[in-house]
Ligand binder design. Structure first.
Ligand SMILES: [Zn+2]
Length: 395
């Protein structure tokens, strides 16, 4: 049985990955070498977001917790969307999620403005000002294309090329973790390739300005790092990994503070209050979502399998479906003519507008029979359960 997704549409994308560009970043004035197009970056961000959220059990919509995160995030996003001075705004479709995990001192933002905050970071933030500085830092990693730059450096070093090509349509868990790791987030026990110290310093500086422009007191930044240090550096996540030493970081912040305070003086001030203690949020029992996938086409195709002498061609039935928003597919259960049954493990994030294909093989190496097929797709949307039946006519 052929049990995998074929990702034809993704191959074209992997090819355009190699169009390099070198450009001066308008925020920092630094020359950056990037191999992924902005389009690729946004697509990978959307995909990695769905994959990361699918593994989170404690996503909360509690207004005392998520409400706080969302309020600050929306204000920061609004400042970015207006554009800074003469810099055009990033083309982000912002999304915010909160996970109530006291033990996880972490927050991250993927390309496209896909944000996740863990309540374990609340005690270090203390209030909205601190939360704004932390989120400002994460947002600026995404705005400054740090993930793209790091992926590009790794591709030149020959590490990420095949990994990335696979991840753009492949089905290997390790590869997905690697891509998430390249963007600076760790999924499950995934590999985290930390941002460089230069990236961290840039995110610190620009993040401080972002918080201040949104009306949050940048002075809170210094206190956040002091509390972070007091909490100990035991965690592996983004925040406690390869950040500059706390001493250097605080010295830097003091250096940037006059400019940050100027932005703060010019901005309409925001209300701030203490954040709640982590671990007490209401974890929603999400209803199952339906919809969002539709049959795109069905037919027979030749696929090549194996490598070298093992290489052979197979004639298979192919069912292709399209999704209208980003989601995570766990499994496809296929029912067809004459009692035909097959289960396909998916475990893949699919960005909105993308298609995925299911290959069907019949008995004794023959192609699957022609006729009507029902496919029950199950997975998650933003960490919430999702399922849908899609009907195909294979001929
Ligand atoms: Zn960072």
């Amino acid at each position: 049985m052929l049990r995998r997704w074929i990702a034809v549409s993704s191959l074209a994308m992997a090819a355009c990955v190699f169009l390099a560009s070198c450009a001066t970043n308008p925020y920092t004035g630094r020359d950056q070498f990037t191999l992924l197009s902005e389009q690729d970056e946004l697509q990978l961000g959307a995909q990695a977001y769905q994959e990361a959220l699918a593994g989170e059990k404690k996503i909360t919509d509690d207004v005392e917790y998520h409400g706080r995160v969302e309020r600050v995030a929306r204000r920061l996003a609004a400042v970015m969307d207006r554009g800074w001075d003469n810099i055009p705004p990033p083309r982000f479709e912002w999304e915010f999620h909160t996970v109530d995990e006291p033990g996880t001192v972490n927050a991250w933002c993927l390309p496209g403005g896909k944000i996740c905050v863990y309540t374990g970071i609340f005690p270090a933030c203390m209030d909205d000002n601190g939360l704004a500085v932390v989120m400002g830092h994460e947002i600026m990693h995404a705005v400054l294309h740090h993930g793209n730059e790091r992926i590009s450096q790794n591709m030149v070093a020959g590490i990420a090329g095949t990994v990335l090509a696979e991840a753009l349509g492949g089905d290997d868990e390790k590869n997905k973790e690697m891509v998430a790791g390249l963007f600076g987030i760790a999924v499950g026990v995934g590999v985290l390739l930390p941002f460089s110290r230069e990236h961290e310093t840039e995110a610190d500086e620009q993040g401080l300005y972002l918080a201040a422009r949104a009306g949050y007191d940048p002075q809170a930044g210094i206190e956040v790092w002091k509390r972070m240090e007091a909490m100990g550096g035991g965690g592996t996540p983004e925040f406690l990994s390869t950040h500059p030493s706390h001493g250097t970081r605080i010295e830097n912040m003091q250096k940037w503070m006059p400019r940050a305070q100027q932005h703060f003086r010019d901005a309409p001030k925001q209300q701030t209050a203490a954040l709640p203690a982590p671990g007490h949020a209401r974890i929603a029992a999400w209803p199952t979502e339906h919809g969002h996938a539709a049959a795109s086409q069905a037919g027979y195709a030749e696929v090549e399998e194996g490598e070298g002498k093992e290489k052979r061609k197979r004639h298979v039935g192919v069912l292709e479906f399209r999704v209208d928003r980003s989601l995570y597919v766990e499994e496809a259960a296929v029912d067809g003519p004459g009692g035909y049954r097959q289960k396909v493990e998916g475990k893949t994030g699919v960005p909105g507008g993308d298609t995925r294909q299911i290959a069907l093989e019949g008995k004794g190496g023959k192609p699957a029979p022609a006729g009507k097929y029902r496919v029950l797709l199950t997975g998650k949307i933003d960490g919430r359960p999702w399922e849908q039946e899609v009907v195909f006519d294979l001929r």
